[in-house]
Design a protein around this ligand. Structure first.
Ligand SMILES: O=c1ccn([C@H]2C[C@H](O)[C@@H](CO)O2)c(=O)[nH]1
Ligand SMILES: [Zn+2]
Length: 136
């Protein structure tokens, strides 16, 4: 299996951003997740006239990987045309905790090339986990 470089994953996120369906916000976001065996899944934000039905690029990419049978990703890269590296919303951070480990890699970037190389715990410290449930 070919080893994918971080720059290639970011390029996949940029390509996915081109597919964003954003007639309402005009704010296009792209994401790409890397699985343990080197597969890449892309996602873009997809809006809806019933606004709350919108899905973010990050969850689109993660759910696409899950639908293909993957249950763990080691890296997610996110890109938007923002002044600072784009930051994922709370819902997407929570979904990351379901399918990634606390020390797995989260890359926040923008079209200017600003880059923040952080982790799941970095974007969501003290995250909720069912592992804390004493009944389990
Ligand atoms: O991290 C984020 C934040 C927002 N959006 C989308 C949702 C909506 O389509 C638009 C504006 O919130 O950006 C994402 O895709 N990812
Ligand atoms: Zn989100």
């Amino acid at each position: 299996m070919e080893v994918i470089k971080l720059d290639e994953l970011i390029e996949k996120a940029r390509q996915a951003r081109e597919q964003a369906y954003v007639p309402y916000s005009k704010f296009a976001v792209g994401a790409a997740v890397l699985t343990d065996d080197g597969h890449v899944f892309q996602g873009c934000n997809i809006e809806n006239g019933s606004f709350s039905m919108t899905i973010c690029a990050e969850r689109c990419a993660m759910f696409s990987a899950v639908a293909a049978g993957y249950r763990h990703f080691k890296t997610i890269a996110i890109v938007a045309d923002t002044k600072r590296a784009v930051s994922p919303c709370g819902a997407c951070r929570q979904v990351m905790t379901e399918f990634m480990n606390a020390d797995d890699q989260v890359i926040l970037t923008n079209l200017n090339g600003d880059k923040i190389d952080t982790t799941v715990a970095g974007v969501l410290p003290y995250s909720f986990s069912l592992k804390d449930d004493p009944v389990k």
